[in-house]
Design a protein around this ligand. Sequence first.
Ligand code: MG
Ligand code: ZN
Length: 366
Amino acid sequence: MKSIGRSLGIAMVVIASGVSIQAQSLEEGSKERPKNVILMIGDGMGLSQVSSPYFFSKEPPAFNRFKHIGLSRTSSADAPVTQSPAAATAMATGYKTYNFAIGVDVDTVPRKNIVELVSEKGFMTGLIASSSITDATPAGFYAHQENRYMQHEIAMDLVRSEVDFFAGAGIKYFIDTTGIDHFAEHGIEINFTRLKKIKNPEPGSRYGFLLGNERMKTMLEGRKTFLKDATAIGTEFLSSGSEGYFLMVEGSQIDWAGHGNQVEYMIAEMNDFNQLVNWVLDMAERDGETLVIVTADHETGGFTLGAAGRNGYDADYSVISPTFASTNHSATMVPVFSYGPGAENFTGIFENTEIFHKLVSLIGTD
Ligand code: MG
Ligand code: ZN
């Protein structure tokens, strides 16, 4: 009996240590290094927004395709409920800051962002948004200004930046009384009319598409496949470099639908974003060397997919009646979905600044 007990004991130890080795290596994360990173931000996209394509989209929900899922805490340095500038700065620079800051810390000191870091390593970089490209979310990835409303200064930060490709709206913010063509001055080939493929780019050339004075159309107004087309053109161009690329794509208007408490608008913007994520995942599956992160800067509107009816008496659980609790942002955690080399590092519950730190540890250091 004693010897059986002992051998069982040994067997237990072996199994236990096997488990612990596995747990340790999972915790440390994969050292696999992605060549490219595509960070997709649904502005205002909480879990109910993410759930809406499951009920209201003809296309399969893209979120089902992720194996690695985490939750991000979004509070800023000065408020439990963040604004987009602080959230973008947190993800882009790793610094929590005050709510209106763009790329500067709580003391208004400019902090290096992921675009600047990877550009030094020879990466190509791009930004796409369905709002003005000078809006808070994209601005966090290239600008350093004390206030999000300094849109002309932010625009000038973009032309002076290392960003190789951009697409969105915001023409008016690039025009000033000097009469200087700021695009030409900084070697940017600009297009104000439509997206088109970039043929035979010269090394070092930069391209911009600004297709609206202040903002892009909503999906309901007929924006069509702008985000997907810009992403296709952008990724093809950014792949022409010798190193990898970093691309941030924002579904900007999920947030606007939330502020407006507009259900139909919200669903249309989420279906567009869902389609875009499916397209990006198809591409990442084919190339096998692109890390895709899909997250949000915060939730907007306290959106919920409640059953119809006011209370137990007239409730109808066969019907979803989407509603909003607020016209503001909320403090709820937001999901982080990741796919591709290094994806296993983005699980668990973490601060939004970890998006930056995890990316830097994967691609930002040698
Ligand atoms: Mg935004
Ligand atoms: Zn907002």
